[in-house]
Ligand binder design. Structure first.
Ligand SMILES: N[C@@H](CCC(=O)N[C@@H](CS)C(=O)NCC(=O)O)C(=O)O
Length: 213
């Protein structure tokens, strides 16, 4: 299996974490130059977003959450699912809140990261949504989530790189640490940084993002 991604992509990092946790050999495909306008990428994902999983038969699968669930279905062991329906519901809720209410406003801020051409009204509105999303996610993270033996669920594959990106975007916008008010998120991030699979992936993101600067 192969994946189109970039070393700085937190969405790609989700897939890399799941693949490593499951021991799946996943080759990273080099993105073509100007990949956003390339025919190569358009041919496999007209949404023009990475990551894109490429199966051995050439089938392409975009969207990180869908890829995570596919990897879980195709390679069920070791599982990244909690044992009970209740805890799987909690896992699903955390993924949904992360993507709808934390990642979405953050992505809308991307065009405004460079001070030149930044629209202060858009930034103010999206940062407010982002802060609310984080507060709501923190509220739901207080509920217990029983993890399988490796200490990881699909929610961790999704949340850990998202929180890592929150740190970067907050700094680039001069907002400081948006995670600071939420002790549960801070504790969680420290736990993930110490995790033998997740920690190195987050460290690689940090190095790649620093190099981009
Ligand atoms: N919903 C998508 C979001 C993926 C996404 O936004 N990826 C970024 C890279 S981290 C991207 O491809 N952005 C398009 C661009 O940079 O033009 C997913 O979960 O895979």
């Amino acid at each position: 299996m192969k994946v189109y991604t970039s070393a700085i992509s937190p969405f790609g990092a989700r897939v890399i974490i799941a693949a490593r946790a499951k021991g799946i050999a996943l080759e990273t495909l080099k993105l073509p130059p100007e990949w956003r306008t390339s025919a190569e990428i358009r041919a496999v994902n007209p949404i023009i977003k990475i990551p894109i999983l490429i199966e051995d038969d050439g089938t392409a699968l975009p969207e990180s959450e869908t890829i995570l669930r596919y990897l879980e279905d195709r390679f069920p062991e070791p599982t990244l699912l909690p044992a009970t329906a209740e805890h799987r519901a909690q896992m699903n809720l955390l993924i949904r809140i992360t993507d709808l209410y934390v990642s979405t406003p953050m992505i809308r801020l991307f065009p405004h990261l460079a001070p030149d051409g930044r629209d202060a009204r858009v930034v103010e509105a999206e940062v407010a949504h982002w802060r609310t999303g984080l507060a709501n996610l923190a509220w739901f993270m207080e509920r217990p989530l029983d993890r399988p033996a490796g200490g990881l669920t699909l929610a961790d594959c999704a949340m850990a790189p998202t929180f890592h990106l929150c740190g970067l975007i907050g700094r680039l916008l001069g907002l400081g640490d948006l995670l600071a008010p939420h002790g549960v998120i801070g504790d969680y991030c420290r736990q993930m940084e110490a995790h033998p699979v997740v920690g190195p992936v987050l460290a690689d993101l940090t190095v790649a993002q620093a190099a981009m600067h």
